[in-house]
Every structure is written in structure tokens, then in C-alpha cells.
Design a protein around this ligand. Structure first.
Ligand SMILES: Cc1ncc(C[n+]2csc(CCOP(=O)(O)OP(=O)(O)O)c2C)c(N)n1
Length: 377
């Protein structure tokens, strides 16, 4: 295993002192160390992975230094465009060091949404023409490959990738964690919402623990899962799946359970929801100000006004709740108000230690969900 402090200091020696990205559970210890030891102006949790590549490009243009971009391999898709058309050697030729968490590594057990991404991670980098290496877990080896990577980036003036396996970095607990005083938990809100829906309503839930908690709620109360579409991958796209459904199924209410990280990742979707304006579109944002599902790294969630943004994008109504009574009242209003309508619930981070994962294969879930839609118009 690599000690976060030793590797961070090594990066510093090579002049790499600017960090940006979207967090991943495989990188959470390294990212926590970076957050505790880097001036916040040089450590930016980006909206999405493409934005992080562009931020590192801007940093290089201004300083001549190489920035480090961290992401889960799921985020490579978001980053392909700036990797190919901005920093690539055939365009502006800008060096960037990428840390890519290898979910779904062949031979390592993982969830369905990670399997293909894990298998194609290295072939994808080959197609992109970006030199890459699996980061070794022995310090002297890591030191050697980092020197080689910096040499390559400097000489080619182009990106280089380290693929990060599970368990490479020693555990490190974030010290500068910001605690919020909100009392509601994500699980409690999901339970309150799901418990008040009509039996024809459908729920589209976002990536990470939201979908896992919704799945477990249905199990606990003995309901089947056919009313729910769990967006297990495709982070940030939940509201467009919901919009597609709402427009084609105008006689049903569509409840979109979003996260703050997910909403911010593709916030432009709000403009499309607000201007397409289906009356049956009900958007709920579970705002804990963090990427809670992958380690709790902060988002801009508590620093922006989601209610005003939704209204400015054309939502017919938008409001917020942060305590139990208010939540129940606002869920009622959400149900009664013609959409597009948004409810932001301010919540705390955290989840049950024994939280499970969906046990139904995505294709089986899809079959049950589409059958539910057909059977009931
Ligand atoms: C494109 C992409 N980038 C990163 C991830 C890793 N990831 C999974 S869940 C998650 C955090 C989601 O945060 P938020 O929407 O705020 O929900 P929370 O976990 O806080 O409930 C991240 C970063 C991913 N699945 N896909």
C-alpha cells in the first residue's frame, strides 16, 4: 500500500500541486489527504470529469504546471471530449496527470454497471492514445513510474494516466470534514416520499446510495420494485430519464429522486425540464452538500440556491424543506402542484453501515418496470 502523505509529497516535488476531479470510492483516502493538505483554491471538486480536465488545462495555461485530475473510470466518458479536443497532442497539447479509479477490474467482483467499464478502461485509453500505467502499490516502484510519467508529460506536452486499483492507498480519514446541522437523513426522506405515492406513480432514482436505499425500502415494506427505475450508472442523467418518461406518459406522475452531486454534474438539464415543462414532472433533490456515496467529499450543493435556479429555468414552482413537519407538508404540496416542480430537501450525510445493494439484475428490473407501465397505461 502507498502512504498518502509520502505520495502527495512526491507529487509536490514534481511540481504537481493543483488537484481537481470528481471523487471515487477507490480514491477516497488519497482525495481526503489532498483536501486536508492543499489550499482549497488548488483543490476543486468539479461539476463533472470533463470540467476537471478543462480546469487542469486552464491551470496549466496560467502557470505552466501540470494539474492532477482524479475520477472514477465511469467518468472517462464525461472527459473524452476535452481529452480529445482540448488537451490532446493534436490540438493544444496540454499535460495533465489523470488518476482513474478502476471499478470493475476484470477478475474483481463488482456491480453490473461497472463490469463493462472495467473491461474497456485500458482499451479506451489505448484508442485515445494516452500513455497509461497501473499505479504500483510499492513506494519505490510508484516513485519510479511517477518520474517516468512526469518525463513523458513534459517531453510530449500531453496527458498521462495512472490507473488506480482498489486498496492501493493506505486508509486516511478526512480531518477537515464540514458537518451540517441538518437532522433529516436521505433514507428518512426516501421513506417519507415513497410512502406517500399513489400506486400508479413512478420513481426514477439517482446513482449511489439513493437507489440502494429506495431498493431496500421496498424490500422492507414488502412492495415490489416495478414502480422504480434505479439509475445505477449514468450519474447526473436521472432527470433526463425522468423527463423522457414524463413526456411520454402524461397520465402518470414521475418522481425524480436526484442528489446534489448528480444535479450539479449535468445542471443544464434543468433548463430542458423547465422549458419542456411536463405537468407530471416532480423533481426532488436530496441535498447533503456532498458526494456521500463515495466518501462524503463536498459539492457546491450548500453554496448555491437550487430553488432559485429551478425557478429561473422555468419550473412552475420550487421550494425547500429541512425538518420533518415541513417535509411532509412540502411532499403534499409537491403532489398537488402541476409540474415541473422541484423540492429541495436539505439533509445530513451518512447511511446505515449494513446498507445492501439491489439484488435484481438491471435487465430484469427494466422488464418489470416497462411491464408496469404497459399494464397501467
Ligand atoms: C460519471 C460518474 N462519475 C463519478 C461516479 C462515482 N459516483 C457514484 S455516486 C457519486 C456521488 C453522488 O453524489 P450525490 O448525487 O450528491 O448523491 P449522494 O451520494 O450524496 O447521496 C459518485 C461521485 C459515477 N458513478 N459516475
Amino acid at each position: 500500500m502507498l502512504q498518502c502523505d509520502a505520495f502527495y509529497n512526491l507529487l509536490k516535488k514534481h511540481g504537481i500541486t493543483f488537484f481537481t476531479g470528481v471523487p471515487d470510492s477507490l480514491l477516497k483516502d488519497f482525495c481526503a489527504y489532498v483536501a486536508d493538505h492543499t489550499d482549497p483554491k488548488n483543490n476543486i471538486v468539479a461539476a463533472n470529469e470533463g470540467g476537471a480536465v478543462a480546469l487542469a488545462a486552464g491551470h496549466h495555461l496560467a502557470t505552466g504546471n501540470i494539474g492532477l485530475v482524479y475520477m472514477q473510470n465511469a467518468g472517462v466518458g464525461n472527459a473524452v471530449n476535452p481529452l480529445v479536443s482540448l488537451v490532446d497532442g493534436e490540438v493544444y497539447s496540454i499535460p495533465v496527470l489523470l488518476f482513474i479509479g478502476w471499478r470493475g477490474e476484470p477478475g474483481v467482483k463488482d456491480e453490473p454497471q461497472h463490469i463493462k467499464q472495467g473491461r474497456i478502461t485500458i482499451p479506451l485509453l489505448e484508442v485515445l492514445g494516452i500513455p497509461h500505467e497501473v499505479l504500483p502499490d510499492v513506494f519505490e516502484e510508484a516513485k519510479r513510474v511517477l518520474k517516468k510519467a512526469v518525463g513523458s508529460m513534459t517531453q510530449r506536452s500531453a496527458p498521462y494516466v495512472f490507473i488506480i486499483r482498489k486498496g492501493i492507498f493506505e486508509p486516511y480519514l478526512l480531518k477537515k470534514k464540514e458537518y451540517s446541522s441538518y437532522k433529516l437523513t436521505r433514507e428518512r426522506v426516501i421513506q417519507s416520499i415513497a410512502g406517500q405515492l399513489d400506486n400508479r406513480d413512478i420513481v426514477i432514482s439517482t446513482t449511489g446510495k439513493t437507489s440502494r436505499e429506495l431498493f431496500e425500502y421496498r424490500e422492507r415494506v414488502g412492495q415490489d420494485h416495478s414502480t422504480d427505475f434505479l439509475t445505477v450508472g449514468s450519474m447526473g442523467h436521472v432527470s433526463q430519464i425522468a423527463l423522457g418518461l414524463a413526456l411520454s406518459k402524461p397520465k402518470r406522475n414521475v418522481y425524480c429522486l436526484d442528489g446534489d452531486g448528480s444535479l450539479i454534474m449535468h445542471m443544464g438539464s434543468l433548463a430542458i425540464n423547465g422549458t419542456r415543462a411536463p405537468k407530471n414532472f416532480k423533481h426532488i433533490v436530496l441535498n447533503n452538500g456532498a458526494h456521500d456515496s463515495v466518501g462524503g467529499q463536498p459539492t457546491a450543493g450548500f453554496k448555491i440556491d437550487i430553488v432559485s435556479i429551478a425557478k429561473a429555468c422555468g419550473y412552475k414552482a420550487a421550494f425547500a424543506a429541512e425538518v420533518e413537519n415541513e417535509l411532509l407538508e412540502k411532499i403534499h404540496t409537491l403532489k398537488e402542484t402541476a409540474g415541473p416542480v422541484l423540492l429541495e430537501v436539505r439533509i445530513n450525510t451518512g447511511s446505515r453501515k449494513d446498507l445492501g445493494r439491489p439484488t435484481i439484475d438491471p435487465k430484469e428490473s427494466k422488464k418489470a418496470f416497462t411491464k408496469f407501465l404497459q399494464d397501467n397505461d
